[in-house]
Design a protein around this ligand. Structure first.
Ligand code: UDP
Length: 469
């Protein structure tokens, strides 16, 4: 995140007050040069702006919170579910597991491993987490692989293949594979499976977090022979998998209900965040939290909001981040501003990535949550919204239909008009909306919490190691 993101785009009173330890996340929805962030800005036609103060957001990430213990989950999932986890783990005591991925911080995989690895250790399934290394050339190549596996055009050259295998060989040389179960996450370290030769009793799993339903044939053609040397592959959604000669398993991604992003919050904190951001809790709040990315369709969300607002009073909060890391993010943001115009009920927030508590508060303050994606991975923002019991309207793409069962745990939409209709319908049918929210929370509790994820990994380890108990 560069400094640019952290600085207010507005001028005048906000800048005069500027404190090096504060960030202003506001983005102007008004024409350049007018001040949206300042509480003192005289804008009587737009009372929403006058409410907006300058929130205090740290310029640096907060210190990490110690990971929770298994017992901390008891109030959420109950003792029986914890007993089941311990029972499953008992027959694996003494087994050793290794997880390998390509980054220790940033991204959903690292976030999940950060929780999963200590929990496995706590149930005495000793788990080591290794991260592969590589030069910029390697990560540029694997980023291109990532896009190509999502279907992008790409020509894989001989040099590209050699570079990939060369870095894999280097990593293989400095890593030992003595564990009973080795789980390799995603394509970057996939070629490490070539190291399995000597250790015949070990079971190797390829955990694919990306949607492989429509891969670029050249890249998949290169990776497939490696993938088929594993004992099993694990996908995040049935629709993400591919035909393969090895067994395939489903393990959904998950959220941690005790993380800063998802833990219960005092209402006073939720109120403070709303006050800071100029959000009026006495009126309905419709929110989408997402990177400013065309595939998240923020422009479509604004259009749907504007259509719905002709019939029902509401405010729209579009909170995102990462715009300054991603050149396209800036362009998308300009597109959003252009369509939002100077509507004081559209609140655009550009938050640094460590604002988990603020995101949590914004989700909790919302009347409805929207995730109008046009393409999606699993869609963890949807999981987060459902967990907070929020009526959720989401695009029927990627892993979203696994989470949002239409008219049962939320509403699936396919167009701007459909989204507008659902916003209007759910805001005017609060009992139905509330029931969707309750069902959505139960669905997440059953399927998409860290504890369910832990249970599924233990089950898979038992299956693969042939342990019965
Ligand atoms: N997120 C965030 N701040 C933002 C935008 C997104 O913390 O400004 C988080 C969001 O809460 C979720 C994750 O980033 O945990 C996005 O995951 P998702 O699977 O929804 O989409 P992705 O960005 O990976 O495509």
């Amino acid at each position: 995140m560069t400094k640019k993101l952290m600085e207010p785009e507005s001028v005048g009173a906000v800048q005069a007050n500027n404190d090096a330890n504060e960030l202003s996340p506001f983005i102007q929805t008004s024409p350049a040069g007018t001040d949206i962030g300042a509480a003192v800005a005289p804008a009587p036609a737009f009372p929403g702006r006058e409410r907006r103060k300058k929130p205090r957001i740290s310029e640096t990430p907060p210190a990490p919170v110690p990971p929770p213990k298994l017992d901390d989950y008891e109030p959420i999932i109950g003792k029986a579910a914890l007993d089941e986890i311990r029972f499953l783990a008992a027959s694996l005591h003494g087994k050793k597991v290794k997880m390998v991925n390509s980054t220790a911080v940033g991204g959903g995989v690292a976030e999940m491993l950060n929780r999963l690895v200590p929990l496995l250790g706590e149930v005495e399934v000793a788990t080591r987490w290794d991260v592969i290394t590589g030069g910029n050339d390697f990560f540029e190549l694997t980023k291109a692989f990532h896009n190509a596996l999502h279907g992008a055009e790409y020509h894989l050259t001989k040099e590209g293949r050699e570079l990939f295998l060369m870095y894999s060989e280097q990593n293989q040389q400095r890593m030992a594979f003595e564990e009973d179960l080795v789980v390799i996450h995603d394509p970057q370290p996939a070629a490490l499976v070539r190291a399995r030769g000597g250790n015949s009793h070990a079971r190797w799993v390829w955990r694919c977090h990306i949607d492989l339903s429509n891969p670029n044939p050249e890249v998949w053609g290169f990776l497939r022979p490696m993938v088929e040397q594993y004992d099993a592959a694990v996908f995040s959604s049935p629709s993400f998998a591919r035909q393969s000669s090895i067994p395939q398993y489903l393990i959904y991604p998950c959220i941690d209900p005790l993380s800063e992003k998802n833990k219960e919050l005092d209402d006073s904190y939720v109120q403070k965040v709303c006050d800071d951001f100029g959000i009026d809790r006495s009126r309905p709040i419709v929110t989408q939290i997402s990177r400013f990315d065309r595939l998240k369709d923020p422009v479509g969300v604004v259009q749907a909001f504007k259509l719905a607002k002709q019939y029902v009073d509401c405010q729209l909060v579009l909170a995102g981040g990462g715009a300054s890391d991603d050149p396209e993010g800036d362009i998308v943001l300009q597109e959003v501003k252009a369509v939002a115009q100077d509507d004081p009920d559209i609140i655009l927030l550009n938050l640094p990535p460590w604002c988990a508590l603020e995101v949590n508060a914004l989700q909790r303050a919302s009347t409805l949550i929207v995730q109008k994606s046009l393409r999606e991975g699993f869609g963890l923002t949807v999981t987060e919204a459902l967990w907070k019991g929020k009526p959720t309207i989401a695009g029927a793409v990627g892993g979203i239909p696994n989470q949002v069962i239409h008219k049962l745990t939320g509403a699936l939409v396919h167009s701007v008009e459909g989204c507008a209709y659902q916003i209007r319908y759910l805001l005017t049918h609060p009992e139905f909306a509330s029931q969707l929210g309750k069902n959505g929370r139960e669905h997440v509790k059953e399927n998409f919490l860290m504890t369910t994820n832990l249970r599924r990994w233990l089950l898979l380890f038992k299956i693969l190691s042939g342990t019965t108990a």
